[in-house]
Design a protein around this ligand. Structure first.
Ligand SMILES: *Cc1c(COP(=O)(O)O)cnc(C)c1O
Length: 392
C-alpha cells in the first residue's frame, strides 16, 4: 500500500474517534416514511421541508421537459450557448425572491464558490460568522481575501472587528448563513445591514435553510426582515425546500450579470439538466401559486416543538423547523439515536466535530409531508426513549 497507507491510517483514526460516517441506503422515494436497509422508518432528518422531492407536479414537469429538451445541457453555458429553460428558471426565481435578477449554478455549494472569489480577492477583507457553512468557508479561502471571523450572530463583535481592520483593506464583504443548520437560529440581518451601510460593506447571506421556510410564502430570510432589494446577494439552494438540485444567486442585476462573467463554476462546469430545471420551475410555480405547504410546515413545526417541550425535552434555541434535541453528552446521544432508530425513527445524531464538544444533539427536521399522526408517533417514541435513558 506504501504511498496510500495514510488513507488506511486516517480511516482507522476516524473509526477510533467514533467519527467514521456510516452512510445508510434509502430504498424508496423521499417522503415522511422511507425504506432504509429493508425497513420502513419515519424520516426526521431530510431537508425536504415542503415534500417537493417526490411531488407529482414536479415529476410531471420533469417528464415534459425531458420530452421537449432531452436530458443534458451538453456544454458549459458560456461556451455553447445557454438554454432557454435555464433562463426561464432564473426569471422565475427572481420573480419569487422579488429581486432584480437571478443566476443559477450546479449547487448551493457551487454558488458560494462562484460568488465570493468573484467579488473579493487579495487586498480585500471578508467578515464571516464563525459558524458559517463549509461552502462559505471554502469560497472565502479560494478568494485569497483576508478572512476575519466574528462571533456567532454577534453584531457588536462584527462592528469591533470592522473598526479594527477596515483601513487596511480595499473592498469589504460581510457574509453569513441565514438560518444556521445545526441550531436553527437565524442571523440578525437587520442589524448586519445597518452596520454594512455604515461601513460600506457588500452584504451576502446564504439562505439555504430559509427559503421555502421563512418570509411571506417562503421567500426567505431577507423577505422575513423586510430587506428585499437592500441586501446585495442572496445565495440559495434548489436542493432543500425546493426538493431538487442546483443553486442560485438572487440580487441586483449588476451582480448576477457579473457572476456570468466571473463565477468560475458558471464558466467552467456544465449546468444542471432539463429535468432538474423543470422540477425547480414547478416548485417555484407551486410556491408562487399558494403558501399552503409553507403554512403546513409551520403548523407541524409549532405543534411538534410545543409537545416536545411539554414532554420535557430541551430543544435549544431554534426559531425554525430545525429541531435540535439537546442531549449534550456524546455517548448518550449516540445511544439515543440508536434506540430511536430501532423504534422506527430515522434521525441523525450530531456530535463533535460538527458541533462543539459537549453540545451533542439529535437533530430533527420537520416537513410539510409529515402528518399529525406521524408527529404523534415520533413524540411517543421520544418520550419512551427519553424516559428509558433518564433524559426527561
Ligand atoms: C446545504 C447548504 C449548502 C449546500 O447546498 P447544496 O445545494 O446542497 O450544494 C450551502 N449553504 C448552506 C448554508 C447549506 O445549508
Amino acid at each position: 500500500m506504501g504511498k496510500l497507507k495514510f488513507i488506511e491510517d486516517d480511516i482507522k483514526n476516524l473509526k477510533e474517534q467514533g467519527l467514521f460516517v456510516h452512510i445508510r441506503t434509502i430504498e424508496s422515494p423521499q417522503g415522511a416514511w422511507i425504506q432504509v436497509d429493508g425497513r420502513k422508518v419515519l424520516n426526521m432528518c431530510s431537508n425536504n421541508y415542503l415534500g417537493f422531492a417526490n411531488h407529482p407536479k414536479l415529476k410531471e414537469r420533469a417528464k415534459e421537459y425531458i420530452e421537449k429538451w432531452g436530458v443534458g445541457p451538453a456544454a458549459v453555458r458560456t461556451i455553447a450557448g445557454t438554454c432557454s429553460y435555464h433562463l426561464e428558471l432564473e426569471k422565475k426565481l427572481a420573480e419569487f425572491k422579488e429581486t432584480e435578477s437571478a443566476v443559477t449554478f450546479q449547487s448551493g455549494f457551487c454558488a458560494n464558490l462562484a460568488t465570493i472569489p468573484a467579488l473579493v480577492g487579495r487586498g480585500d477583507v471578508i467578515y464571516s460568522d464563525e459558524l458559517n457553512h463549509a461552502s462559505i468557508i471554502d469560497g472565502c479561502r479560494l478568494s485569497r481575501a483576508e478572512i476575519v471571523r466574528y462571533k456567532h450572530c454577534d453584531v457588536e463583535d462584527l462592528e469591533k472587528k470592522i473598526l479594527e481592520t477596515k483601513d487596511k483593506f480595499n473592498k469589504k464583504l460581510i457574509v453569513t448563513d441565514g438560518v444556521f443548520s445545526m441550531d436553527g437560529d437565524i442571523a440578525p440581518l437587520d442589524k448586519i445591514y445597518e452596520i454594512a451601510e455604515k461601513y460600506e460593506c457588500i452584504t451576502m447571506v446564504d439562505d439555504a435553510h430559509g427559503e421555502g421556510v421563512l418570509g411571506k410564502g417562503g421567500r426567505g430570510i431577507v423577505h422575513h426582515f423586510g430587506l428585499t432589494g437592500k441586501f446585495d446577494i442572496e445565495v440559495g439552494t434548489l436542493s432543500k425546500a425546493f426538493g431538487v438540485v442546483g443553486g442560485y444567486v438572487a440580487g441586483k442585476k449588476i451582480i448576477t450579470d457579473y457572476l456570468r462573467q466571473r463565477g468560475r463554476p458558471f464558466l467552467f462546469s456544465s449546468a444542471v439538466t432539463p429535468p432538474d430545471v423543470a422540477a425547480c420551475i414547478a416548485a417555484v410555480d407551486t410556491l408562487l401559486e399558494s403558501d399552503e405547504l409553507v403554512k403546513k410546515l409551520w403548523e407541524n413545526t409549532e405543534y411538534f416543538k410545543k409537545r416536545m417541550k411539554e414532554i420535557g425535552f430541551d430543544i435549544g434555541k431554534s426559531v425554525t423547523p430545525i429541531t435540535p434535541v439537546m442531549l449534550y453528552d456524546e455517548k448518550l446521544t449516540q445511544e439515543f439515536s440508536k434506540k430511536i432508530y430501532e423504534e422506527g425513527i430515522f434521525a441523525t445524531a450530531i456530535v463533535y466535530p460538527t458541533v462543539p464538544k459537549g453540545q451533542a444533539r439529535i437533530r430533527l427536521m420537520i416537513s410539510a409531508s409529515h402528518k399529525k399522526e406521524d408527529l404523534d408517533f415520533a413524540l411517543g417514541k421520544f418520550e419512551k426513549i427519553g424516559k428509558e435513558l433518564k433524559v426527561i
